[in-house]
Design a protein around this ligand. Structure first.
Ligand SMILES: Nc1ncnc2c1ncn2[C@@H]1O[C@H](COP(=O)(O)OP(=O)(O)OP(=O)(O)O)[C@@H](O)[C@H]1O
Ligand SMILES: [Mg+2]
Length: 302
């Protein structure tokens, strides 16, 4: 994934596993200490790992894995504590497409954090008018849902109270990604059949809540056009710092435009070798005409 407008992307330090000694306390604790404290590793095994580490010049996690004394899960757990990330055990029901939760130290997630920095600079400033962002694209399968979900996670990891709304009421995805099953969601709230209880906190990911699309309605465009949608966003803005909206493909219906107008800002996604340049140009032009601020673009090269 490549973020455009790279001149304003600030560099974010890469996450590294770099523990050497089994000592230390507080946030600076090293991997060995964290694993011993959590009961995942005995002191004797930690010492064995350190000997191997010294002899082979490898990192603690690598040494532990090579000796069969640590699992990938142990290493991810320790990294999550060291770097204040949420830890999702590998048996979790959350989709593995949520790479920001499962692989926070990967390059793909590093790109998402760079995108987050760009969006913080360009749009989110904690004012009520600048809390929402629509993730939009012209065609289907461009990666809007994937990017919206993972972007929401990296915002939540920064400590921002983050809400992800699935405003794709035609082919929703977020209930599946977050394993939320069939439940009341946006369509039900807009139709007056559900209230704020439809917003659900994601236990494993502190600071992240999701409002799924809800029951697929016959009239998404009409629901999104209602004043109640604007009122809902205003009310949610009281409780959240960042509201990310997943949307349907703009080429298929007017929903994406309607949602983007409501949030005031859009992040445009294009998929390499798939998105048509002319369609994209037409789409960005029409968003601008509607008064939507284009705060960034992502070339999804997956
Ligand atoms: N950057 C990426 N890295 C890995 N997989 C990706 C990436 N972007 C998208 N995908 C995968 O591509 C597929 C389509 O992505 P996604 O569902 O997010 O697209 P979409 O634009 O929301 O599609 P739809 O039009 O169906 O709503 C999914 O299986 C998703 O996991
Ligand atoms: Mg989608």
């Amino acid at each position: 994934m490549t973020t455009q407008n790279s001149q304003i992307v600030r560099s974010v330090p890469l996450i590294k596993a770099s523990s050497n000694v089994v000592t230390g306390s507080g946030h600076g604790r090293n991997m060995g200490a964290i694993l011993i404290d959590s009961g995942r590793l005995s002191t004797g095994n930690a010492e064995q790992i350190m000997v191997f580490q010294r002899e082979n010049g490898v990192r603690f996690g690598e040494a532990g894995r090579a000796l069969g004394l640590l699992t990938d899960d142990d290493v991810r757990f320790a990294l999550s504590v060291q770097f204040h990330y949420s830890y999702i055990p590998s048996g979790s029901s959350l989709s593995h497409e949520l790479v920001a939760a499962y692989q926070p130290d990967s390059l793909a997630v590093e790109h998402l954090r760079m995108l987050r920095s760009q969006l913080m600079l360009r749009w989110f400033n904690n004012s009520m008018e600048r809390k929402g962002l629509s993730v939009v694209s012209a065609g289907s399968g461009d990666g809007r849902s994937y990017i919206a979900a993972n972007l929401a996670i990296v915002f939540s990891q920064l400590g921002e109270r983050t809400l992800l709304i699935d405003a794709d009421m035609r082919a929703p995805s977020q209930h599946r990604l977050f394993s939320l099953g069939k439940r009341a969601g946006l369509s039900d709230v807009l139709a007056g059949r559900a209230g704020s209880e439809a917003v659900v906190g994601i236990g494993a990911l502190p600071n992240l809540s999701v409002l799924t699309a809800g029951a697929i309605p016959p009239n998404p465009q009409e629901l999104l056009g209602r004043q109640s949608f604007s009122k809902l966003l205003l009310a949610l803005g009281e409780d959240f710092d960042v509201i990310i909206m997943d949307t349907p493909p703009a080429s298929a219906c007017a929903d994406a435009h309607t949602v983007a107008v409501r949030t005031g800002a859009a992040l445009i996604v294009a998929r390499q070798d798939r998105s048509s340049m002319s369609q994209l140009a037409q789409f960005t032009h029409s968003l601008r005409e509607f008064g939507v601020t284009l705060v960034g673009s992502v070339l999804n090269d997956a």
